[in-house]
Design a protein around this ligand. Structure first.
Ligand code: SAH
Ligand code: SF4
Ligand code: F3S
Length: 449
């Protein structure tokens, strides 16, 4: 038998992207090759997201399409992973009988076991434990993994997961149910992984977790018996020889002064933070169970800007949370003016079954949600453009991400996408100084100094 080919499709957040890499690496280490097309694959893995109804619909429609593929090629194996898999478990096999395997969010490290035990049988592996120990997993640079196209796509820039799960139970959110309790990864495993990545030419790392600020708090990770925290982890990771360090996501309630100071103290920490606020009304924030007020949030923003005056702040916003009045929404618009976010991701509230807010009355109509969303986004676009325009005629260092016929595309420390026309040779991962001559809403244009 020749080597088996897998195809992996990822929906959802960066945590899911990293989980897909881990599954791909396990498969590669066991003789699978990664294919680029569904039609050539013997095994299809769909890594799913259920954060909003729309995300889940996308997954379901792809799974629906695969029904025909399975009918035409009965030997094909279909595996569903990620948050929809965790949530649906056995039920998914009933709804989608052409699916062979369902693998939960804490089980991705066991993918080989799932595929290879009792071949031919359908199987569901979705056990979750509060005492889950994130396995040590650092096989990134075994020679066979060099053949993985999904890993080669951006060899200089990597995600490192530092924690799993979430304990916050924001009333609208499905994540605590699909990812389980908050568990911090062993700090030595994280640092070893970072060092291996750096040794192999990685220049930028983003540390990942649903709420990185509480790293080490839920199940305390200690070093030589002393307390350890996210700011300490950042400082240790910064010793690795990396050029750039980022992290995501931060919950405002856990953004400590020590962490805010890190922007001053750690040279390679990029001047950028994603700090989801969700809403600009205290009563909505309370119903969301966010555990901070608008005033608390504004204080954190001030503290960040005192520590790092040019820090780029981005956020997430939900419009149309149950009970959100016109007045509440105006307060979100006012917050936007007060903070002037560099950018934001904004969403219409989506009911997720099993969450607390799905049982709340006073649901906002689709029409009002759509109106609020488009008003918010239109104003955010204007602010993003104003913020970006302030960079015109300034210079900045860009890390090259991809090369095109005219030059390259890269990113600033603030996380702007920067397009540069250049005839000089450059490679992904290079750091190049440019002057900005044009600003758009979502990107900048620069030329080499
Ligand atoms: N852990 C991150 C967020 C992860 S989910 C944090 O707490 O900041 C990413 C974003 O999806 C959230 O910030 C929120 O804005 C949005 N979101 C989550 N559940 C949602 C829902 N039910 N409806 C609409 N948007 C939602
Ligand atoms: Fe969801 Fe809130 Fe946890 Fe973020 S902090 S993942 S929004 S429950
Ligand atoms: Fe989606 Fe799960 Fe991430 S619901 S946003 S893939 S944690």
């Amino acid at each position: 038998m020749g080597s088996r080919i897998f195809y992996i499709k990822t929906f959802g957040c960066q945590m899911n992207e990293r989980d897909s890499e881990i599954m791909a690496q396990s498969l590669a280490a066991h003789g699978y090759r990664e294919g680029q097309e569904i039609s050539e694959a013997d095994l299809i893995i769909i890594n799913t997201c259920s954060i909003r109804a729309k995300a889940e619909q996308k997954v379901m429609s792809l799974l629906g399409m695969l029904r025909k593929e399975k009918k035409d090629r009965p030997a094909l194996k279909i595996c569903v992973a990620g948050c929809v898999a965790q949530q649906e478990g056995e039920q998914l096999l009933r709804r989608m009988p052409h699916v062979d395997f369902v693998i939960g969010t804490q089980n991705i490290y066991n993918i080989i076991e799932l595929l290879e035990e009792q071949p031919g049988n359908k199987k569901v592996l979705t056990a979750m434990s509060d005492a889950y120990d994130i396995p040590r997993f650092i096989p990134e640079f075994q020679p066979e993994n060099h053949l993985l196209p999904s890993l080669l796509a951006r060899p200089f820039k990597k995600f490192v997961t530092i924690m799993q799960g979430c304990n916050n139970f924001c009333s609208y959110c499905i994540v605590p149910y699909t990812r389980g309790r908050e568990i911090s990864r062993n700090k030595d495993d994280i640092i070893d992984e970072v060092n291996v990545l750096v040794e192999h030419g990685v220049r930028e790392i983003t540390l990942l977790g649903q709420n990185v600020n509480s790293y080490g708090l839920a199940n305390t990770v200690t070093r030589n018996g002393s307390p350890y925290s996210f700011p300490l982890l950042l400082k240790d990771v910064a010793q690795s020889g990396l050029k750039r360090l980022r992290f995501t996501t931060s919950h405002p309630k856990d953004l400590s002064d020590d962490l805010i100071q890190c922007f001053q103290e750690i040279e390679i920490l990029c001047n950028q933070i994603h700090l989801p606020v969700q809403a600009g009304s205290d009563s909505v924030l309370k119903k969301m169970n966010r555990k901070y007020t608008v005033t608390d949030y504004l204080h954190k923003v001030d503290a960040l800007r005192s520590s790092c005056p040019d820090i780029a702040i981005t956020t997430d916003i939900i419009v149309g949370f149950p009970g959100e009045t016109d007045r509440d929404f105006e307060q979100t618009m006012r917050l936007l003016e007060e903070v002037r976010f560099n950018g934001s991701f904004s969403f219409k509230y989506s009911d997720r079954s099993g969450t607390k807010s799905s049982g709340f009355g006073e649901k906002v109509t689709e029409k009002i949600k759509a109106e609020r969303l488009s008003r918010f986004q239109a104003r955010q676009d204007e602010i993003s453009l104003e913020k970006n325009s302030a960079f015109t005629d300034t210079s900045m260092t860009v890390m090259v991400e991809s090369i095109n016929t005219k030059g390259f595309q890269g990113r600033s420390v603030f996380n702007h996408v920067v397009h540069v026309e250049s005839l000089l040779p450059s490679a992904p991962g290079d750091l190049i100084d440019v002057t900005i001559f044009h600003a758009g809403q979502h990107s900048l244009q620069g030329r080499i100094i």
